[in-house]
Design a protein around this ligand. Structure first.
Ligand SMILES: C[S@@+](CC[C@H](N)C(=O)[O-])C[C@H]1O[C@@H](n2cnc3c(N)ncnc32)[C@H](O)[C@@H]1O
Length: 280
Protein backbone atom coordinates (compact mmCIF):
# COMPACT_ATOMS: atom_id res chain seq x y z
CA UNK A 1 0.00 0.00 0.00
CA UNK A 2 2.82 2.42 0.95
CA UNK A 3 4.72 1.50 -2.23
CA UNK A 4 1.56 2.02 -4.30
CA UNK A 5 0.97 5.45 -2.74
CA UNK A 6 4.64 6.31 -3.34
CA UNK A 7 4.31 5.43 -7.03
CA UNK A 8 1.33 7.80 -7.36
CA UNK A 9 2.74 10.57 -5.16
CA UNK A 10 6.54 10.54 -5.60
CA UNK A 11 8.42 11.57 -2.46
CA UNK A 12 11.14 14.20 -2.51
CA UNK A 13 12.16 13.52 1.11
CA UNK A 14 13.81 10.32 2.30
CA UNK A 15 11.40 8.38 4.55
CA UNK A 16 12.56 4.85 5.36
CA UNK A 17 10.57 2.10 7.04
CA UNK A 18 12.70 2.69 10.16
CA UNK A 19 11.69 6.39 10.06
CA UNK A 20 8.02 5.39 9.91
CA UNK A 21 8.45 3.04 12.87
CA UNK A 22 10.18 5.83 14.82
CA UNK A 23 7.36 8.30 14.02
CA UNK A 24 4.84 5.69 15.11
CA UNK A 25 6.56 5.01 18.40
CA UNK A 26 7.12 8.72 19.23
CA UNK A 27 3.47 9.50 18.50
CA UNK A 28 2.25 6.58 20.59
CA UNK A 29 4.44 7.56 23.55
CA UNK A 30 3.33 11.20 23.47
CA UNK A 31 -0.38 10.88 22.60
CA UNK A 32 -1.51 7.25 22.83
CA UNK A 33 -2.41 7.36 19.12
CA UNK A 34 -1.57 3.96 17.61
CA UNK A 35 -0.88 4.22 13.85
CA UNK A 36 -1.36 1.04 11.82
CA UNK A 37 1.07 -0.09 9.06
CA UNK A 38 -1.38 1.35 6.53
CA UNK A 39 -0.71 4.91 7.80
CA UNK A 40 2.79 5.15 6.31
CA UNK A 41 1.69 7.46 3.51
CA UNK A 42 -0.43 9.55 5.85
CA UNK A 43 2.54 10.05 8.20
CA UNK A 44 4.72 11.15 5.26
CA UNK A 45 2.08 13.49 3.84
CA UNK A 46 1.31 15.13 7.20
CA UNK A 47 4.92 15.56 8.38
CA UNK A 48 6.70 16.44 5.11
CA UNK A 49 5.74 20.10 5.51
CA UNK A 50 7.37 20.23 8.95
CA UNK A 51 10.53 18.46 7.67
CA UNK A 52 10.84 21.04 4.87
CA UNK A 53 10.00 23.89 7.23
CA UNK A 54 12.97 22.87 9.39
CA UNK A 55 15.17 22.87 6.27
CA UNK A 56 15.83 19.10 6.20
CA UNK A 57 15.96 16.74 3.22
CA UNK A 58 15.31 13.58 5.23
CA UNK A 59 13.03 12.44 8.00
CA UNK A 60 16.03 11.02 9.85
CA UNK A 61 17.35 14.56 10.41
CA UNK A 62 13.91 15.72 11.54
CA UNK A 63 13.63 12.82 13.99
CA UNK A 64 17.09 13.64 15.34
CA UNK A 65 15.89 17.21 15.96
CA UNK A 66 12.91 15.91 17.97
CA UNK A 67 15.32 13.81 19.98
CA UNK A 68 17.49 16.83 20.87
CA UNK A 69 17.03 19.69 23.35
CA UNK A 70 16.79 22.10 20.38
CA UNK A 71 13.68 20.23 19.17
CA UNK A 72 11.57 20.84 22.30
CA UNK A 73 9.35 23.38 20.52
CA UNK A 74 8.84 21.09 17.51
CA UNK A 75 6.85 18.49 19.47
CA UNK A 76 3.71 20.63 19.38
CA UNK A 77 3.88 20.82 15.55
CA UNK A 78 4.61 17.08 15.33
CA UNK A 79 1.50 16.25 17.37
CA UNK A 80 -0.71 18.84 15.66
CA UNK A 81 0.30 17.45 12.25
CA UNK A 82 -0.61 13.86 13.12
CA UNK A 83 -3.97 14.24 14.87
CA UNK A 84 -7.15 13.72 12.86
CA UNK A 85 -9.68 16.46 13.61
CA UNK A 86 -12.81 15.60 11.63
CA UNK A 87 -15.93 16.98 13.33
CA UNK A 88 -19.17 18.87 12.66
CA UNK A 89 -21.95 20.71 14.48
CA UNK A 90 -24.46 18.34 16.13
CA UNK A 91 -22.53 15.29 14.91
CA UNK A 92 -24.32 12.14 16.17
CA UNK A 93 -27.30 14.31 17.02
CA UNK A 94 -28.98 11.80 19.37
CA UNK A 95 -26.44 12.77 22.04
CA UNK A 96 -27.81 16.31 22.15
CA UNK A 97 -31.33 14.98 22.81
CA UNK A 98 -29.86 12.87 25.63
CA UNK A 99 -28.00 15.93 26.95
CA UNK A 100 -31.15 18.09 26.93
CA UNK A 101 -33.16 15.49 28.87
CA UNK A 102 -30.34 14.86 31.32
CA UNK A 103 -29.88 18.61 31.96
CA UNK A 104 -33.62 19.03 32.58
CA UNK A 105 -33.49 16.23 35.18
CA UNK A 106 -30.22 17.00 36.92
CA UNK A 107 -29.56 20.77 36.77
CA UNK A 108 -30.72 21.74 40.21
CA UNK A 109 -29.41 23.23 43.43
CA UNK A 110 -26.75 25.89 43.59
CA UNK A 111 -24.05 24.08 41.57
CA UNK A 112 -23.83 24.65 37.80
CA UNK A 113 -24.54 21.78 35.42
CA UNK A 114 -21.09 20.85 34.07
CA UNK A 115 -20.15 19.29 30.72
CA UNK A 116 -16.70 18.40 29.38
CA UNK A 117 -15.97 17.99 25.67
CA UNK A 118 -12.69 16.09 26.02
CA UNK A 119 -11.69 15.83 22.34
CA UNK A 120 -13.15 19.13 21.20
CA UNK A 121 -11.22 19.52 17.95
CA UNK A 122 -12.16 22.79 16.15
CA UNK A 123 -15.05 23.50 18.54
CA UNK A 124 -18.16 22.30 16.75
CA UNK A 125 -18.85 19.77 19.52
CA UNK A 126 -18.53 22.12 22.55
CA UNK A 127 -20.53 24.82 20.77
CA UNK A 128 -23.28 22.29 19.98
CA UNK A 129 -23.30 21.49 23.72
CA UNK A 130 -23.45 25.23 24.46
CA UNK A 131 -26.41 25.82 22.11
CA UNK A 132 -28.28 22.86 23.63
CA UNK A 133 -27.73 24.02 27.22
CA UNK A 134 -28.46 27.68 26.42
CA UNK A 135 -31.85 26.58 25.08
CA UNK A 136 -32.51 24.33 28.10
CA UNK A 137 -31.10 26.04 31.19
CA UNK A 138 -30.93 29.60 32.47
CA UNK A 139 -27.80 31.62 31.68
CA UNK A 140 -25.09 31.08 34.27
CA UNK A 141 -26.52 27.71 35.34
CA UNK A 142 -24.06 25.68 33.27
CA UNK A 143 -20.36 25.43 32.71
CA UNK A 144 -18.59 23.87 29.69
CA UNK A 145 -14.95 22.79 29.49
CA UNK A 146 -13.56 21.99 26.03
CA UNK A 147 -10.15 20.38 25.66
CA UNK A 148 -7.93 18.73 23.07
CA UNK A 149 -4.27 17.82 22.76
CA UNK A 150 -3.90 19.77 19.50
CA UNK A 151 -3.11 23.45 20.11
CA UNK A 152 -3.91 24.46 16.53
CA UNK A 153 -7.50 23.21 16.64
CA UNK A 154 -7.95 24.76 20.10
CA UNK A 155 -6.96 28.18 18.75
CA UNK A 156 -9.48 27.78 15.93
CA UNK A 157 -12.14 26.60 18.40
CA UNK A 158 -11.57 29.50 20.78
CA UNK A 159 -11.94 31.99 17.90
CA UNK A 160 -15.50 30.72 17.33
CA UNK A 161 -15.19 31.64 13.63
CA UNK A 162 -16.46 29.26 10.94
CA UNK A 163 -16.99 29.43 7.21
CA UNK A 164 -20.64 29.62 6.19
CA UNK A 165 -20.57 26.10 4.70
CA UNK A 166 -19.75 24.62 8.15
CA UNK A 167 -23.06 25.95 9.50
CA UNK A 168 -25.15 25.56 6.33
CA UNK A 169 -27.14 22.63 7.75
CA UNK A 170 -27.98 24.33 11.06
CA UNK A 171 -31.53 25.45 11.73
CA UNK A 172 -31.85 29.15 10.63
CA UNK A 173 -33.34 30.12 14.01
CA UNK A 174 -30.35 28.61 15.82
CA UNK A 175 -27.98 30.45 13.47
CA UNK A 176 -29.76 33.69 14.24
CA UNK A 177 -29.71 33.12 18.00
CA UNK A 178 -26.08 32.08 18.37
CA UNK A 179 -24.00 33.54 15.50
CA UNK A 180 -23.13 36.90 14.01
CA UNK A 181 -22.41 37.12 10.28
CA UNK A 182 -19.07 38.51 9.16
CA UNK A 183 -18.88 41.64 7.05
CA UNK A 184 -16.12 43.11 4.87
CA UNK A 185 -13.06 40.85 4.93
CA UNK A 186 -15.07 38.39 7.08
CA UNK A 187 -17.82 38.06 4.52
CA UNK A 188 -18.82 34.38 4.17
CA UNK A 189 -17.89 33.64 7.78
CA UNK A 190 -19.89 33.45 11.00
CA UNK A 191 -18.81 33.84 14.62
CA UNK A 192 -20.36 32.46 17.80
CA UNK A 193 -21.77 35.43 19.75
CA UNK A 194 -19.37 36.28 22.55
CA UNK A 195 -22.13 36.47 25.16
CA UNK A 196 -22.53 32.70 24.64
CA UNK A 197 -18.97 31.75 23.62
CA UNK A 198 -17.48 33.00 26.87
CA UNK A 199 -19.29 30.21 28.69
CA UNK A 200 -16.93 27.68 27.12
CA UNK A 201 -13.51 27.35 28.70
CA UNK A 202 -10.85 25.96 26.32
CA UNK A 203 -7.76 24.15 27.63
CA UNK A 204 -5.10 21.82 26.33
CA UNK A 205 -5.37 18.40 27.98
CA UNK A 206 -3.66 15.20 26.87
CA UNK A 207 -6.04 12.37 27.75
CA UNK A 208 -3.21 9.87 28.17
CA UNK A 209 -1.37 11.97 30.74
CA UNK A 210 -1.24 10.25 34.12
CA UNK A 211 -2.71 13.32 35.78
CA UNK A 212 -5.02 15.99 34.40
CA UNK A 213 -5.25 19.60 35.58
CA UNK A 214 -7.80 20.39 38.30
CA UNK A 215 -11.12 19.84 36.53
CA UNK A 216 -13.64 18.89 39.20
CA UNK A 217 -16.55 16.58 38.46
CA UNK A 218 -18.97 16.68 35.53
CA UNK A 219 -22.59 15.82 34.81
CA UNK A 220 -21.67 14.73 31.27
CA UNK A 221 -18.37 13.89 29.57
CA UNK A 222 -18.24 13.80 25.77
CA UNK A 223 -15.34 11.64 24.54
CA UNK A 224 -16.34 11.00 20.98
CA UNK A 225 -14.32 9.63 18.08
CA UNK A 226 -10.96 9.67 19.81
CA UNK A 227 -10.82 6.35 21.74
CA UNK A 228 -10.68 4.61 18.33
CA UNK A 229 -7.13 5.92 17.91
CA UNK A 230 -5.93 4.26 21.14
CA UNK A 231 -5.19 0.64 21.99
CA UNK A 232 -7.32 -1.22 24.56
CA UNK A 233 -4.94 -0.66 27.47
CA UNK A 234 -4.87 3.12 26.85
CA UNK A 235 -8.65 3.20 26.46
CA UNK A 236 -9.11 1.34 29.77
CA UNK A 237 -6.81 3.80 31.60
CA UNK A 238 -8.70 6.83 30.25
CA UNK A 239 -12.07 5.31 31.19
CA UNK A 240 -10.94 4.78 34.80
CA UNK A 241 -9.74 8.37 34.85
CA UNK A 242 -13.09 9.62 33.48
CA UNK A 243 -14.93 7.69 36.20
CA UNK A 244 -13.20 9.85 38.84
CA UNK A 245 -14.45 13.02 37.11
CA UNK A 246 -18.10 12.00 36.78
CA UNK A 247 -20.91 12.78 39.24
CA UNK A 248 -22.82 9.67 40.42
CA UNK A 249 -25.68 10.36 37.98
CA UNK A 250 -23.21 11.40 35.24
CA UNK A 251 -23.10 10.28 31.61
CA UNK A 252 -20.21 9.37 29.35
CA UNK A 253 -20.98 9.81 25.64
CA UNK A 254 -18.79 8.02 23.09
CA UNK A 255 -18.53 7.97 19.29
CA UNK A 256 -20.63 5.65 17.14
CA UNK A 257 -17.93 2.98 16.73
CA UNK A 258 -16.61 3.06 20.29
CA UNK A 259 -17.98 0.14 22.24
CA UNK A 260 -16.38 -0.16 25.69
CA UNK A 261 -18.36 -3.06 27.11
CA UNK A 262 -15.49 -5.52 26.58
CA UNK A 263 -12.94 -3.12 28.17
CA UNK A 264 -14.56 -1.68 31.27
CA UNK A 265 -16.81 -2.87 34.11
CA UNK A 266 -16.83 0.64 35.53
CA UNK A 267 -19.37 1.84 32.98
CA UNK A 268 -22.73 0.35 32.00
CA UNK A 269 -24.59 1.18 28.79
CA UNK A 270 -27.68 3.37 29.14
CA UNK A 271 -28.67 4.28 25.58
CA UNK A 272 -27.13 4.53 22.14
CA UNK A 273 -23.36 5.04 22.76
CA UNK A 274 -24.24 6.48 26.19
CA UNK A 275 -22.82 5.08 29.44
CA UNK A 276 -23.30 5.67 33.17
CA UNK A 277 -21.20 4.62 36.14
CA UNK A 278 -21.99 1.00 36.95
CA UNK A 279 -21.80 1.87 40.68
CA UNK A 280 -23.73 5.18 40.18
C1 LIG B 1 -11.85 12.96 15.14
S1 LIG B 1 -11.69 14.28 16.31
C2 LIG B 1 -13.22 14.12 17.20
C3 LIG B 1 -13.87 15.48 17.44
C4 LIG B 1 -15.22 15.43 18.15
N1 LIG B 1 -15.12 14.79 19.44
C5 LIG B 1 -16.26 14.73 17.31
O1 LIG B 1 -16.60 13.58 17.59
O2 LIG B 1 -16.70 15.31 16.31
C6 LIG B 1 -10.50 13.58 17.45
C7 LIG B 1 -9.80 14.63 18.31
O3 LIG B 1 -9.09 13.97 19.36
C8 LIG B 1 -7.91 14.70 19.61
N2 LIG B 1 -6.93 13.84 20.32
C9 LIG B 1 -6.15 12.85 19.82
N3 LIG B 1 -5.37 12.34 20.76
C10 LIG B 1 -5.65 13.00 21.92
C11 LIG B 1 -5.17 12.91 23.25
N4 LIG B 1 -4.22 12.04 23.61
N5 LIG B 1 -5.70 13.76 24.17
C12 LIG B 1 -6.66 14.67 23.84
N6 LIG B 1 -7.14 14.79 22.58
C13 LIG B 1 -6.65 13.97 21.63
C14 LIG B 1 -7.45 15.14 18.24
O4 LIG B 1 -6.56 16.23 18.31
C15 LIG B 1 -8.77 15.46 17.55
O5 LIG B 1 -9.07 16.83 17.60
Amino acid sequence: MAAEAEAIFPRDLHFSEADFLAVRSLLYNKTGIALSDAKNHMAYARLAKRVRHQGFKSFADYLALLDSAAGAGEWEHFINALTTNLTSFFRESHHFDILRQHAQQHAEGSNPYRVWSSAASTGEEPYSILFTLAQTLQAGRYDIVASDIDTQVLTKAASGVYSADRVAKLDPSLLKQFFVRGVGSNNGKVKVKSVFARQVQFRQINLVDASWPQLGVFDVIFCRNVLIYFDKQTQAGILEHFARHLKPHGLLLLGHSENIQHISNTFAPCGKTAYRLARG
